[in-house]
Write a protein that binds this ligand. Structure first.
Ligand code: GAL
Length: 421
């Protein structure tokens, strides 16, 4: 699948373009003589930082003479980083490179004219053959490629504290929502504080998306983001009801917690389960917590909800040569191995050896090959940033007002505003 350029160019993007050229940023050498490569991410801690450190190690060897500059802004899913980045791009002060999700989120930056076409580098570095064609399609607009993917993450995974589950007599993974509710009831009866650990807005969107996959099936779920499935569908009404019921098993302070705070409830034995992307595998490993289990979200069958972190060359970057060496590192076999073995994700390259990877990633690599793939809105592969913000804020409101009809209406309105744009 390839994208075609959206007709509307965001006003922010035009402003950024004008500012960048007014500052004299050029596509070739930036004219600054800088040897620093500022890498802007939200990977500041735990397994995320471990993954970044792995990449930086390979960069240090492969790009001698260049210096890595850490521009990380902490906060899960880029909750804080994305707004800092938007204002820097608007002011014509881009980092040398930043992380962007493959798919609709990347399209935002392309349509705004904020990032460079790097198709020629793909040819020079042999990357077209290295990545799966479907993923290349998600990085391409009008035949041009704009970023280098570092990985494939899976979003629809339930993590658990095995000891807590055993204490409630739970010995098998729940296969559907009915079994999941029964297990959550068992945990509740045992006095577990939060049978299902949950965090704020975007983590709630992730949980809701998993429930939508269970209630609609993968094809109709994907159709929600393509204008093919109506958000007023009865399946969405059912998913909202199921999601609302799931929230009753969660910690009441959910709206104040990032994903790592909710993860801590699992590690501390105060929760049984948590729905989270597979960066959680790396984070639990980095934090030394061994007694965890993982399973596909109940009712998702063999669906693999994917997202991919990729890196771009912004227009007006101060050190484009150094940035290109970073991008080449990200796409290299060594870079992908150093990154993904410690990030919980699987390599985007197809030539990796599963034996080099921890057990969780080996299972994800096998699933990726055979599963039905669906994108994620919470992590940019399914929806634009505007749509994602609208969904997050609708879920944030629902978390306190519990108004199911208002949530469905807000989601339908967001789709009308953003689908296909
Ligand atoms: C995602 C990102 C992952 C992970 C996660 C939690 O958006 O793609 O790599 O960092 O956020 O912060």
């Amino acid at each position: 699948m390839g994208f075609t350029r959206r007709a509307a160019v965001a006003v922010v993007g035009v402003a950024a373009l004008l500012t960048a050229s007014a500052c004299g940023g050029s596509d070739s050498d930036g004219g600054t003589g800088s040897k620093n490569v500022e890498v802007f991410t939200w990977w500041a801690d735990g397994g995320e930082k471990a993954g970044l450190d792995g990449l930086v190690g390979v960069f240090g060897t492969a790009c001698a003479g260049q210096t890595f500059q850490n521009g990380a802004v902490a906060g899960g899913a880029g909750a804080n980083a994305k707004s800092v980045l938007a204002s820097r791009l608007q002011q014509g002060d881009p980092p040398d490179t930043f992380q962007a999700h493959a798919g609709a989120e990347l399209l935002d930056y392309i349509n705004a004219g904020q990032i460079e076409d790097i198709s020629a580098d793909y040819d020079a570095w042999g990357l077209k053959q290295a990545f799966p064609a479907g993923l290349i399609g998600n990085l391409t607009v009008d035949g041009k490629i704009y970023s280098v993917p570092a990985n494939i993450h899976r979003a629809n995974v339930v993590w658990s504290n095995k000891k807590v589950l055993a204490g409630a007599g739970i010995t098998a993974d729940p296969k559907d929502l009915t079994e999941f509710f029964a297990d959550l009831d068992k945990l509740k009866a045992k006095g577990v504080k939060a049978p299902l650990a949950l965090g704020k807005d975007w983590t709630q969107l992730m949980l809701f998306e998993s429930v939508l996959i269970s209630d609609l099936g993968p094809e109709k779920f994907t159709g929600l983001w393509q204008g093919k499935t109506d958000w007023n569908d009865a399946g969405v009404t059912k998913a909202i009801a199921d999601f609302q019921r799931l929230q009753t098993y969660s910690n009441t302070d959910r709206d104040a917690l990032d994903w790592t705070d909710a993860e801590k409830l699992v590690m501390d034995g105060k929760a049984g389960y948590q729905l989270m992307g597979d960066w959680e595998a790396a984070d639990l490993d980095a934090k030394g917590f061994k007694d965890y289990g993982y399973a596909t979200f109940p009712g998702n069958g063999t669906t693999f909800q994917w997202l991919a972190d990729s890196f771009v060359l912004p227009k007006g970057a101060k050190n484009p040569d150094g940035t290109k060496c970073w991008l080449k590192t990200v796409g290299s076999a060594d870079g992908q191995k150093a990154f993904n073995t410690t990030k919980g994700s699987i390599p985007a390259r197809t030539d990796a050896n599963p034996a080099d990877y921890p057990k969780y990633q080996q299972s994800a690599m096998a699933d990726w090959k055979s599963a039905t793939q669906v994108p994620s809105c919470a992590h940019g592969s399914a929806c634009s940033q505007g749509w994602q913000q609208a969904a997050n804020s609708a879920l944030g409101a629902f978390s306190t007002n519990h108004d199911a009809a208002a949530l469905q209406k807000a989601l339908a309105a967001a789709a009308q505003q953003f689908a296909g744009k």
